[in-house]
Ligand binder design. Structure first.
Ligand code: HGY
Ligand code: MN
Ligand code: MN
Length: 413
């Protein structure tokens, strides 16, 4: 901290931690993680708690037609466009206590701090909880921010179903979050999201703050291979049309393809199913869910093309019919320099060791950045572990990230 400069306003890290632990009680798993899959009763309970806390600090709360929650603290300049700060409350089924929820509760802590300090900003501040960021129950991921930004049609999102056939709109209605606010962005001054890094970069570099300059591209593929179901004991091997024969050829090929694009390319096969799924019946269909990522859009295109030809060629060799459907397609995003610089200045003013970096994980800010100047702030998580019940973050790092979020917002006033 330079001599003579006023100490920046800081947030209450203990209060933030208490809020995080209170929220973590909802959907707590026995292994110490969180399970608040989107639009489940646990997600509802988390949403209700967040809404109550926001109303307790004087925010007006609106919910839009895809369930995004906007908790508004008024500014002093009538008609000024809001600054959005937020993230998501939904988790993976075996998620941690910080992914997403930290960004939502840090936004609330910023509002609590401004109230305590009697600080009024010209613009309104809206703390946001985006619906279904994870895409773990209903694909695609980042659904709420996608609909809000115009990247996905509301009707398409409403019609998406989970594995048991429940529709998004029915579940939103059931949990009381099928809101009447239109899913259109309106003017937004800027947006910030603070999040755990979910990777090892900050921890390895010994830095407390990540000044995020952008997010790598991500694409999801739903691969289907159709064969013919038949008896496992009586059907000769050369008389079968077994979809698993194609999978056992193209999956190794996809990994070899990505191995040739290291260290940046990422391939994850997170969903596998054989239908009907009996030991003694050759499957009539096999489905594979693939997540492919790369920071360079052109390379991601090449990898996607190679994936599709590998799948279809393997099916052809075995006389099977194959399909590759793109379930999610988010191009790499670069954040607005004014927001990146505001985050940097806020980190510098607090005296934190910061570094600039690109996000390996996807975030709602990918969609928000398409309609408003956006920035992100990262803090380390232990061993970079996330999407895992063992996800851990240090209270002092969470407080530091929250202070930078507050500082970045105040940089704009
Ligand atoms: O998929 C992602 O990168 C995010 O963590 N949901
Ligand atoms: Mn997240
Ligand atoms: Mn996540």
């Amino acid at each position: 901290m330079a001599e003579g400069t006023a100490r920046p306003l800081t947030t209450d890290g203990d209060r933030l931690w208490r809020s995080l632990m209170d929220m973590a009680e909802i959907g707590a798993t026995t292994a110490g993680g969180s399970n608040r899959l989107a639009l489940t009763d646990a997600d509802k309970a988390g949403r209700d708690l967040f809404v109550r806390w926001c109303r307790d600090v004087g925010c007006s709360v609106e919910v839009d037609a895809i369930g995004n929650i906007f908790a508004r603290r008024e500014g002093v300049r009538p008609g000024a466009a809001p600054v959005l700060i937020g993230s998501h409350l939904d988790t993976q089924a075996t998620g941690g206590r910080f992914d997403g929820v930290y960004g939502v509760l840090a936004a609330l802590e910023v509002i609590r701090t401004l109230n305590d300090a009697g600080v009024h900003t010209e613009f309104p501040i809206e703390a946001v909880a985006w619906t279904n960021e994870e895409g773990a129950r209903f694909a695609p991921a980042m659904m709420g921010s996608a609909v809000w930004s115009g990247a996905q049609a509301l009707a398409d999102a409403h019609a998406r179903t989970d594995r048991s056939g429940c529709r998004v709109d029915e579940e939103l209605r059931r949990i009381g979050y099928l809101g009447d606010r239109h899913c259109v962005p309106g003017p937004v001054r800027a947006a910030f999201e603070v999040h755990i890094e979910q990777g090892p970069v900050l921890e390895r570099a010994g830095r407390q703050i990540g000044v995020v300059t952008g997010i790598q591209g991500v694409r999801w593929f739903e691969i289907g291979v159709d064969g013919t179901s038949c008896h496992a004991g009586t059907t000769p091997m050369d008389a079968r049309r077994d979809p698993i024969r194609a999978l056992s050829e193209f999956l190794p090929e996809l990994h070899r393809l990505v191995d040739r694009h290291q260290p940046l390319a990422r391939l994850t096969v997170g969903r596998l199913a054989a239908i009907p799924g009996a030991y003694n019946t050759v499957p009539k269909r096999a489905t594979v869910g693939v997540d492919l990522r790369h920071p360079d859009a052109a390379v991601l295109d090449d990898l996607a093309a190679a994936l599709e030809s590998s799948v279809l060629a393997a099916c052809e060799r075995h006389g099977l019919s194959g399909s590759v459907r793109v379930e999610l397609d988010c191009a790499p995003v670069s954040f607005a320099p004014e927001c990146v610089d505001a985050v940097q200045r806020a980190a510098d003013a607090c005296g934190y060791h910061a570094m600039r970096m690109v996000s390996g994980a996807a975030h709602d800010s990918m969609h928000v950045a398409r309609v408003a100047p956006t920035g992100m702030i990262f803090v380390p998580c232990e061993d970079g572990v996330s999407h895992n019940e063992a996800e851990r973050a240090r209270p002092e790092d969470l407080e530091a990230g929250c202070n930078v979020l507050l500082g970045a917002v105040l940089e704009l006033r």
